[in-house]
Ligand binder design. Structure first.
Ligand code: G16
Length: 539
C-alpha cells in the first residue's frame, strides 16, 4: 500500500565533498534518511519510469536504509532498481553498473573511509546518469529541499529478500539483484594482463591486501586469489562487518597500522595494499617502502603502456590542486594534457566525458581512470601488479627510478582535527584576505612567490569553483590550505606540504618538510587560533 508520511525538515542535510555524511546516531533518527532521499527525488523532478542502482559498503544501518530506499523508490514510481546482492556494492562497481545500464542515478550507502557502527558514521553517495557523484548545482537543490520537506512517499510492504540473484517485484517496480563481484572482476580482467600477473604470483611474488573488514574483501578474494593465484592468506580482513571490526577503514599509514607494521617487518611480502570502506581508495606499499598517492598517480601515468587497456595511448591526466605536482612533470614529458581541479572526484568527470583525460588522482589515496566515474581501489593495485609483472622491478625500484627521472616531490598532509567550525572558517577567510600581502615575504628559508585562492574554471560546463588557498614559494615548494568536506566532527583543517628536489632523493620525508610545516602554521596563525602546536594526523 502506498503511504504518504508527514515529516519535518532537518536543517543539517548539506552534502559535503562526496555525499551526505553523518554520525550514525544522527543518520538513524526518525525520517532522517527518508527526508534526504525524497529531497533527492524531488530535486530531479521525480523518478517516475527511471532506473537506479543501490547498494552499500555493509556498514551499520546499511540493511535498514536499503529497505527504506527500495520502498520509497517504488512508491515514487521508479521503474527499476538494480541492487547489489545482500545489499553490498562497492563505489567503483556501482559506477560501472550505472554506466552499463544507462541508469538515471544511484545510491551507495557509505561514509567511505570513516569508521562504522552505531558510534561511527553513516552516509549516502548519490551519483547521476554520468556515473559520477552529483554536481554542486544538484546538491544545492537537494539541500534546499531538505530544509522545507513536509512529506515523503513509501510503500508499505514486506522487506525484500536480497540474497538471490535475479529479478522480483516490489509493488510495480522491478528489482534486479546482481552479483557486483563478478561484474567488477570481469571488468578488471578485460583491462589488465591477468596472464602476466598470474605468472608473477606463480613465480613466488608475495602480496598482501587488507580489505579492512569492508566491502572489497569478496572482490579481492575472487580477483587476487581465485583468478590470479595469489596465496589464500594474502587477502586479510576480508569479511565485511557492520563496524569494520572496530577498524577505521582508511588506507593510510596511520589507520592501516597492522598492514604497515607487517610491510615494515623483516619478512614483509613483496607488495602490500589496502582499500577503504567502499573500495574507491587504495594504498600501495613495497617492502619497507611507502608510495605516496601523488607519486602513485605519476608512476601509473608514466607506465600506461604496460596495461592492455591503455596501450594504444591515453588522453591527459588530472589531479586535485592539493595533490603534489609529480604527475604534472610526467604529463609534460609525455606531451599530454594536464589539469588541476578542486578536491572532489566529481570535478574529474567532465574532463573524462570530454576525452580530455584518461587518468586522475588525489592525495587522499584515490586513483582512477575513465573506465568509470569514481576512483577505484582494486584497479590501482592491479595497475601496480601489472607494471611489476611487465618490468620485473620491485615497488621500491619503480618508485626510485621515477624520482631519478623526474625529481621527487616530498609531500605530506597535516590534519588539524575537531576545530570549532567558526574558528576554522575565520582562519581561512582571514588568511585569504592576507594573501596578496604575502608575496615577497620571507618565512625561515622560504620566500613567498605568490599566494592566492585556488579557483577552477571548468572548461566543459564553464562553472567556477573556489577551493582552498595556495602559497607558492620561489624554490617550487607549495603549501595548500583547505577545510575538509568529509568530516563529521567540527572542522578539519588540512594543510598540504610539498617540496621539490632533484638531487636529495633519499631523505626522510618528515625531516624534509619540518621547516615548511612550521612555516605553514606561522602563515595561517594555526597555533594562535586553534591552540594546536602540532598537527593531529600526518599522512
Ligand atoms: C572523498 C572524495 C574525494 C576527496 C576526499 C577527501 O573521498 O570523493 O574526491 O579527495 O573525499 O575530501 P576532504 O579533503 O574534503 O575530506 P571518499 O573516499 O571519502 O569518497
Amino acid at each position: 500500500m502506498l503511504k504518504t508520511v508527514k515529516t519535518t525538515p532537518y536543517t543539517d542535510q548539506k552534502m559535503g565533498t562526496a555525499g551526505l555524511r553523518k554520525k550514525s546516531k544522527i543518520a538513524t533518527q526518525e525520517n532522517y534518511i527518508e527526508n534526504f532521499v525524497q529531497s533527492v527525488f524531488d530535486a530531479i523532478g521525480g523518478v517516475k519510469g527511471q532506473t537506479f542502482i543501490l547498494g552499500g559498503d555493509g556498514r551499520y544501518f546499511n540493511k535498514v536504509a536499503i529497505q527504506k530506499i527500495m520502498k520509497m523508490s517504488a512508491a515514487n514510481g521508479m521503474k527499476k532498481m538494480i541492487v547489489g546482492q545482500n545489499g553490498f556494492i562497492s563505489t567503483p562497481t556501482s559506477s560501472r553498473v550505472l554506466l552499463d545500464n544507462k541508469a538515471d542515478g544511484g545510491f551507495v550507502l557509505t561514509a567511505s573511509h570513516n569508521p562504522g557502527g552505531i558510534n561511527g558514521d553513516f552516509g549516502i553517495k548519490y551519483a547521476v546518469a554520468s556515473g559520477g557523484q552529483c554536481p554542486t548545482a544538484v546538491s544545492d537543490k537537494i539541500y534546499e529541499n531538505t530544509k522545507k520537506i513536509s512529506e515523503y512517499k513509501i510503500l508499505e510492504a514486506d522487506d525484500v529478500d536480497l540474497s538471490k540473484i535475479g529479478t522480483q517485484k516490489l509493488g510495480d517496480m522491478e528489482i534486479e539483484i546482481i552479483d557486483p563481484v563478478q561484474i567488477y572482476a570481469d571488468m578488471m580482467s578485460s583491462m589488465f594482463d591477468f596472464a602476466a600477473i598470474r605468472k608473477l604470483f606463480a613465480g613466488g611474488f608475495t602480496f598482501v591486501f587488507d580489505a579492512m573488514n569492508a566491502v572489497t574483501g569478496p572482490y579481492a578474494r575472487k580477483i587476487f586469489v581465485e583468478m590470479l593465484g595469489a596465496s589464500p592468506d594474502s587477502v586479510v580482513n576480508d569479511v565485511p562487518l557492520e563496524d569494520f571490526g572496530g577498524l577505521h577503514p582508511d588506507p593510510n599509514l596511520i589507520y592501516a597500522k597492522k598492514l604497515v607494521e607487517r610491510m615494515y617487518s623483516d619478512d614483509a611480502p613483496d607488495m602490500g595494499s589496502a582499500n577503504d570502506g567502499d573500495g574507491d581508495r587504495n594504498m600501495i606499499l613495497g617492502k619497507k617502502f611507502f608510495v605516496t598517492p601523488s607519486d602513485s598517480l605519476a608512476i601509473i601515468t608514466d607506465n600506461y603502456k604496460y596495461i592492455p587497456a591503455y596501450k594504444n595511448g591515453i588522453y591527459g591526466v588530472a589531479k586535485s590542486a592539493a595533490t603534489s605536482t609529480a604527475v604534472g612533470r610526467v604529463a609534460k614529458a609525455l606531451g599530454i594534457g594536464y589539469y588541476e581541479v578542486p578536491t572532489g572526484w566529481k570535478y574529474f568527470c567532465n574532463l573524462m566525458d570530454s576525452n580530455r583525460i584518461t587518468f586522475c588522482g588525489e592525495e587522499s589515496f584515490g586513483t582512477g581512470s575513465s573506465h568509470i566515474r569514481e576512483k577505484d581501489g582494486i584497479w590501482a593495485i592491479l595497475f601496480w601488479l601489472n607494471i611489476i609483472a611487465a618490468t620485473g622491478k620491485s615497488v621500491e625500484q619503480i618508485t626510485r627510478e621515477h624520482w631519478q627521472k623526474y625529481g621527487r616531490s616530498y609531500y605530506m598532509r597535516n590534519d588539524y582535527d575537531g576545530i570549532d567550525t567558526e574558528v576554522a572558517n575565520k582562519l581561512m577567510s582571514d588568511l585569504e584576505a592576507r594573501m596578496p600581502s604575502l608575496a615577497g615575504k620571507q618565512f625561515g628559508s622560504f620566500t613567498v612567490k605568490e599566494a592566492k585562492p585556488f579557483i577552477y574554471n571548468d572548461p566543459v560546463d564553464g562553472s567556477s569553483t573556489k577551493n582552498g588557498l595556495i602559497v607558492y614559494f620561489t624554490d617550487n615548494s607549495r603549501i595548500v590550505y583547505r577545510l575538509s568536506g568529509t568530516g563529521t566532527n567540527g572542522a578539519t583543517l588540512r594543510i598540504y606540504l610539498e617540496r621539490y628536489e632533484t638531487k636529495l632523493l633519499d631523505e626522510d620525508v618528515e625531516k624534509m618538510l619540518e621547516e615548511l610545516a612550521d612555516v605553514s602554521r606561522a602563515i595561517a596563525e594555526v597555533t594562535e587560533r586553534t591552540g594546536k602546536a602540532k598537527a593531529d594526523l600526518l599522512t
